[in-house]
Design a protein around this ligand. Structure first.
Ligand code: HEC
Ligand code: HEC
Length: 586
């Protein structure tokens, strides 16, 4: 019997692949069915199956994939121009995510996995959510026929070598960082230095090493930000697994400047550098829908005795997750403000839309002081390269309901620039890094920012106006260092301005964020935005007041559960004649 169409030469080496075996069995059954009427038919049957598979694949492709990948697979569908990274052009047969050697074609199983899981950090969706396994297999087989420059669409596929990636030496499963000895992470860091990964990935791995890279298709490309490992291309559902990094440095990413290090770094050492890379990524719960960290919808502003120190470097701002690792902090510091994760997305509802903002998150921490009557917000985000064009400065903004006191319950203004009935108060800091050049060697100490603050009232997209009252918002400290911007805002809790938000304590206050990347010429409504979050000024109360209410609630719920259980049990006893009706609880 002829299995070749189902088993291209190179597949022979992955006999353990599950999908492959399932398909093999199914195809075997199908072929057997065809084979029954006579031996002559059996010879043609595989072609018929292949034809059906490709027909099905074509259907899926033209329904689902063509919008981005184009009619002939040239990566030029109608949406392509708006996307960064661009959809893949299949014609040359260059694929990033493989288990095969650098420069080689992927295994069919690699493609199936990619299509199923999507490519995080790009527009390529996880098709496993929408398509059946058979549809995915069919689509992948159709995609293979679109490859023109290499032999990748029929029985005579090119030879490939599947790599040996070794096994996780620590035997760790999620959450992965636990159980990896610090000594191995330190060795990993040395390997990182020796192999100069920083030339592209930056000194702290934020992808800020080289602003001039292009991919094989001539489009600009940036190195991955290791501190956002949920955006690694080959990582969905196992973001913190060092295997992703081992695979990437073993195979390289074809079509991009990311080289392979198969010969420079032995397999054991690849796991150690992977542990190091992995250790830089903040541990957050990952939302299974978005494949990014679950946003921290409540930003707690920490009560501060006396005055807040408005210096980014001050120990009072060291977060318990500084460096994103569990670090030893003094008892006092354990009460420091947390860094809250804010999810950002492109503004696509109006005018200058933004489908591909480079920044998809901010981190916010906050303190307030009753004595000073002021609140401080520290806004941090990763920005690989800053703008050097004064016409397009970088910027971030915090947005509030201007008339908080007039809102009922959960009522909020429209989340982008407010609406005609419910105005918003927007604090915007625009800045340029001093003496900065993206291509010069990074400044060890970082760059001071030249900041200007504006305060505006928003009544909708077309109705944004400067406030008449004198500005009250200040930026008290700021820095750009190793691909990260930090800006600290300060404002009095209470002010005189008609459209200034008046910040009460112990009340949930809606707050939203905006961000503009000058280098990508973002301005006005061409920006990244968040939805409404909430902030609250935590009062100066003993911690017990925070955990007591949940405990009381838990006890109450348990008690109710017990009552229900008792009722059922008694009913059952009654039904079984073990109890009399007058014992039944009402
Ligand atoms: C919304 C746009 C979009 C749609 C729809 C889409 N893709 Fe993609 N696809 C992309 C982008 C963008 C990339 C490149 C991402 C990157 O380089 O990281 C990509 C890359 C790929 C790759 C290359 C993987 C690799 O290892 O290099 C394959 C294969 C692929 N897509 C298959 C499909 C299939 C099959 C479908 C339909 C079921 C589909 N895509 C639908 C946007 C899309
Ligand atoms: C010449 C530049 C360059 C060097 C040197 C380099 N990288 Fe990369 N790396 C890249 C680029 C560019 C990408 C992103 C490619 C893309 O988005 O498709 C990348 C992506 C990655 C990714 C993410 C892969 C994924 O799943 O999306 C990891 C992990 C990585 N590199 C690790 C390393 C390590 C470790 C080293 C050093 C041993 C290194 N890189 C050296 C350019 C480089």
């Amino acid at each position: 019997m002829n299995f070749r169409l189902l088993k291209p030469k190179h597949m022979g080496m992955t006999m353990t692949n599950n999908n492959y075996i399932k398909r093999l069995i199914l195809s075997f059954l199908a072929v057997a069915l065809f084979a029954v009427p006579g031996a002559a038919l059996a010879e043609q049957a595989p072609d018929a199956i292949k034809k059906d598979l490709l027909e099905e694949g074509k259907k899926v492709y033209f329904k689902r994939c063509v919008w981005c990948h184009g009619v002939e697979g040239g990566g030029d569908g109608p949406s392509a121009d708006r996307l960064f990274t661009r959809p893949r052009n299949f014609i040359q047969g260059t694929f990033k995510i493989r288990t095969t050697d650098s420069g080689e074609l992927p295994m069919e199983a690699d493609l199936i996995k990619t299509v199923k899981n999507g490519l995080p950090g790009s527009a390529m969706p996880a098709w496993g959510e929408f398509l059946s396994n058979d549809e995915i297999v069919a689509a992948v087989n159709f995609v293979k026929t679109l490859v023109q420059d290499r032999d990748f669409n029929d029985t005579e596929d090119e030879e490939v070598t599947i790599q040996d990636f070794g096994t996780n030496p620590w035997g760790t499963k999620g959450p992965y960082h636990l159980g990896v000895p610090q000594a191995d992470i330190d060795v990993g860091k040395e390997i990182f230095m020796k192999n100069k990964c920083f030339e592209c990935h930056g000194g702290e791995g934020r992808g800020d090493g080289n602003p001039t890279m292009k991919d094989d298709w001539g489009f600009p490309i940036v190195a991955a930000d290791w501190q956002q490992c949920w955006n690694f291309r080959g990582s969905r559902r196992n973001h913190y697994d060092p295997f992703n990094v081992v695979r990437t440095i073993s195979t390289g990413l074809n079509g991009t400047p990311m080289p392979n290090f198969k010969d420079q770094i032995n397999v054991e050492d690849r796991w150690k550098i992977a542990a190091f890379v992995n250790s830089l990524c903040p541990r957050k719960n990952i939302d299974r829908l978005t494949n990014k960290p679950v946003p921290d919808f409540l930003i707690q502003s920490v009560y501060t005795e006396g005055n807040v120190v408005g210096k980014i470097d001050d120990p009072s701002w060291a977060s318990p997750d500084t460096d994103y690792r569990i670090v030893d902090l003094s008892e006092e510091q354990a009460e420091n403000p947390l860094k809250h994760y804010i999810a950002m997305a492109g503004q696509i509802t109006r005018g200058k839309r933004n489908f591909d903002p480079k920044t998809d998150n901010l981190w916010i921490s906050s303190r307030w002081s009753a004595e000073e009557g002021a609140i401080y917000y520290l806004v941090e985000y990763h920005q690989r390269f800053m703008s050097d064009d004064p016409e397009f400065p970088d910027a971030v903004a915090i947005q509030w309901p201007a008339k908080l006191q007039d809102l009922f319950g959960a009522e909020k203004p429209y989340f982008i620039f407010g609406d005609s009935k419910k105005p918003v108060d927007i604090w915007k800091a625009s800045f340029m890094a001093k003496d900065y050049s993206a291509t010069a060697a990074p400044n060890e100490k970082g760059y001071q920012l030249d900041v200007s603050v504006t305060e505006t009232v928003g009544n909708g997209f077309d109705a944004i106006a400067d406030k008449e009252s004198e500005g009250k918002v200040e930026v008290v400290d700021s820095i750009y260092h190793q691909g990260r911007v930090k800006v600290m805002f300060k404002r009095s809790l209470k002010t005189e301005g008609e459209f200034d938000v008046q910040i009460p304590s112990e009340q949930f206050i809606p707050v939203a964020f905006m961000q503009w990347s000058g280098r990508d010429k973002e301005h006005d409504e061409h920006m990244a935005i968040s939805t409404w979050y909430y902030t609250i000024l935590k009062p100066a109360l003993p911690a017990s007041l925070y955990y007591m209410p949940p405990i009381i609630a838990a006890i109450f719920i348990c008690f109710q559960g017990w009552l229900v259980w008792m009722t059922k049990r008694t009913r059952k006893m009654y039904d079984e004649g073990k109890a009399r009706r007058d014992e039944l609880p009402k």
